[in-house]
Design a protein around this ligand. Structure first.
Ligand code: PLP
Ligand code: ZN
Length: 414
C-alpha cells in the first residue's frame, strides 16, 4: 500500500533506495522522499480522507511508511481556529491559528515528525533511537520511544529550559546535556549515527522525519475547506517545517485536491538567532552561520540544515523573512494569549511578533487570508514570561478583603 517510490538527492537528482541514509554520498545534499503521485491520484479520492479518524495518519498515503504506523497513532489534526480578536489587534481581516501547542502527546509540532521517524525506525529494525534537539524534539522522541519500547538517547545544549529537560527525562530516556550550542550537539550526533546502528531521527532518518511536517500543511488546507491560504507565517529553526508545508501545498495541487493558489511563505526567527531571515533579506539563499543568543531556544540553530531551501521557498513564493527581538517575542506571546486564549511558547511569540512587523511594514497584505503556525506550548517556556505577568499578594479568605484589593472598595469599618 506504500506510494513511496525512492529517495532522491535534492541537488544532483541521484536516486537512492529506501534506506537509513543521512545525505547524498556525492554532494551531501538532503535526500527527498519521492512518491508515485499518478497512482495515488487514481487510487485515492479526496472524499476518502474525510471518513478517516482525525489524526495525521488520514494522509498516510502521502507519508513514507511501508506499513501501518507503530507509534504516534493519535498525533496531529490539531485545531485550525479563526482569530478575529488577534486579527483586529493586527489590523488584519482574516487570520487563522494552526494550533500545534495542543498536539499529542508532547504539545509541539515535533510530535508529527517523530511519529513518522520512529515508525520508520521500527520498519528498519532499529531498537535504539535518538536525536539532537533544541528541546521539543527531545520531548517528542523520549515520549514516543517510551510508548514504542525503544531505547532513546537525546542530545541537547546544556542551557535548555528546565521544562524541556524534565519533560524529556520523565520518560526514562537518557538525556545527554552538552556544553555547547545546537550546532556542536548536532555534529556529535552525526558522528554517533556513523558509528552506531541507531536511528537518529534528524540524521539518518531525516528524509522520513521531515516528511511528517507535511501533515501540518495538509491539515491547514483541509480545515480551510480544501483551500490554500494566501499567506502563511512559519517559525524557523533548521528551516525544515516551512519547506515541507510548501511541499504539502504543491502535492495537494498536483493531486487536484485544491485549486492552485500562490501562497506567500513568510519565515520568522528571533533577532538573537536569525541566519535564515538575514539571508532572505539579503535576497540570497547562502546562509552565514550565527552564534545564538536569545530566549527563543527552540529556534536557536545558528547553522540551519535546511536554511538554503527555506530562503528559496520564501523568496520563490513572493514572501520574505523577518525577525523579532526578545522583548517583542514576549509581547507576542501575551497578545496571543490575551486576544485568543492560546498560550504559545517563545516560537509562537516570534510568529505573532513577526506577523505584526510585516503588516506594519506593508510587506504582508492585511486584506488577505493569513495562517499563523503556532508550533509549541507556553507551559514549556514559563521562564520567558514569568517576569511580565503581575505577581499578586495573597489575601485572607474574606469578602471585604477581596473587595478592597480587587474592586477598589473602601475597607469595611471594623
Ligand atoms: C523545531 C521547532 C520549529 C522549527 O522547526 P524547523 O523545521 O527546524 O524549522 C518551530 N517551532 C517549534 C516550537 C519547534 O520546536
Ligand atoms: Zn547529490
Amino acid at each position: 500500500m506504500t506510494y513511496l517510490s525512492h529517495l532522491k538527492c535534492r541537488e544532483c537528482s541521484r536516486v537512492y533506495p529506501v534506506s537509513a541514509t543521512a545525505a547524498c554520498e556525492g554532494c551531501w545534499a538532503p535526500l527527498e522522499a519521492v512518491y508515485d503521485y499518478d497512482r495515488l491520484r487514481a487510487d485515492l479520492p479526496r472524499e476518502a480522507i474525510a471518513q478517516r479518524p482525525p489524526t495525521m495518519w488520514r494522509y498516510r498515503e502521502l507519508l513514507p511508511l511501508s506499513s501501518d504506523p507503530s507509534v504516534g497513532a493519535n498525533t496531529g489534526f490539531t485545531p485550525l481556529v479563526p482569530a478575529p480578536r488577534l486579527a483586529r489587534a493586527l489590523g488584519a481581516r482574516e487570520v487563522y491559528l494552526k494550533n500545534d501547542a495542543v498536539n499529542f502527546p508532547t504539545l509541539s509540532f515535533k510530535d508529527r515528525v517523530v511519529a513518522v521517524a520512529l515508525s520508520k525506525a521500527r520498519e528498519f529494525g532499529f531498537d535504539t533511537v535518538g536525536c539532537s534537539s533544541t528541546g521539543n524534539l527531545a520531548n517528542a522522541v523520549a515520549a514516543q520511544a517510551a510508548r514504542g519500547g525503544f531505547k532513546a538517547f537525546l542530545f541537547v545544549p546544556a542551557d535548555l529550559e528546565s521544562e524541556k529537560i524534565i519533560g524529556t527525562e520523565i520518560y526514562g530516556a537518557t538525556l545527554v546535556r552538552i556544553n555547547g550550542n545546537y550546532d556542536q550537539v548536532n555534529r556529535l550526533c552525526s558522528e554517533i549515527a556513523q558509528k552506531y546502528s541507531w536511528g537518529i531521527v534528524n540524521v539518518n532518518l531525516r528524509s522520513y522525519y521531515s516528511e511528517g511536517s507535511k501533515t501540518f500543511g495538509y491539515e491547514v488546507a483541509e480545515q480551510l475547506g480544501w483551500r490554500l491560504p494566501q499567506n502563511i507565517v512559519v517559525p524557523m529553526a533548521g528551516g525544515s517545517l516551512i519547506t515541507k508545508i510548501h511541499k504539502a501545498f504543491r502535492e495537494l495541487e498536483q493531486l487536484g485536491w485544491v485549486e492552485a493558489q500562490a501562497t506567500k511563505f513568510f519565515g520568522a526567527q528571533a533577532t538573537g538567532c536569525c541566519p535564515i531571515t538575514t539571508a532572505a533579506k539579503r535576497g540570497s539563499p547562502e546562509i552565514e552561520p550565527q552564534k545564538p543568543h536569545t530566549i527563543v531556544k527552540s529556534l536557536a540553530i545558528g547553522n540551519p540544515a535546511d536554511g538554503y531551501y527555506a530562503v528559496k521557498t520564501m523568496l520563490g513564493s513572493g514572501g520574505t523573512g523577518e525577525d523579532a527581538s526578545d522583548a517583542d517575542v514576549v509581547e507576542g506571546i501575551r497578545l496571543l494569549a490575551e486576544t485568543e486564549g492560546i498560550f504559545a511558547e517563545t516560537a509562537g511569540g516570534v510568529t505573532v511578533a513577526v506577523t505584526r512587523k510585516l503588516i506594519e511594514q506593508g510587506r504582508l497584505n492585511p486584506d488577505e487570508s493569513i495562517v499563523l503556525a503556532i508550533t509549541g506550548n507556553g507551559l514549556k517556556t514559563i521562564g520567558a514570561v514569568s517576569g511580565v505577568v503581575p505577581s499578586s499578594d495573597a489575601i485572607r479568605p474574606k469578602l471585604a478583603e477581596f473587595e478592597e484589593h480587587y474592586l477598589g472598595l473602601a475597607p469595611a469599618a471594623a
